[in-house]
Design a protein. Structure first.
Length: 92
């Protein structure tokens, strides 16, 4: 239990969380822009509802999407208020 609490305390430092959140947001934005720009002639709604993934995503390592997903799950379990702060700053 001591190892768990120590790890949670180390990973919950505000400066580290802000940096990781910024990095994951930038990574997610980059992936979305890749998909939208590669299918420039297609409608955005059609891209979202496509049965097959766009070709450009075949060249992106799964590690990128897994890292974003794992960080978002970590935030959801341990630092849910960071999502609230992000939502408040986005609406103002």
């Amino acid at each position: 239990m001591t190892v768990y609490l120590s790890l949670k305390a180390a990973l919950s430092q505000p400066k580290l969380l802000d940096s990781c959140f910024t990095f994951c947001t930038a990574t997610a934005s980059y992936l979305v822009k890749l998909v939208v720009v590669s299918d420039n002639d297609a409608d955005t709604a059609a891209v979202a509802m496509a049965n097959e993934a766009p070709v450009v995503l075949q060249y992106i390592p799964e590690l990128l999407t897994e890292n974003v997903q794992d960080f978002m799950l970590f935030l959801r379990h341990f630092k849910d208020q960071l999502f609230e702060v992000g939502r408040q700053s986005a609406t103002s």
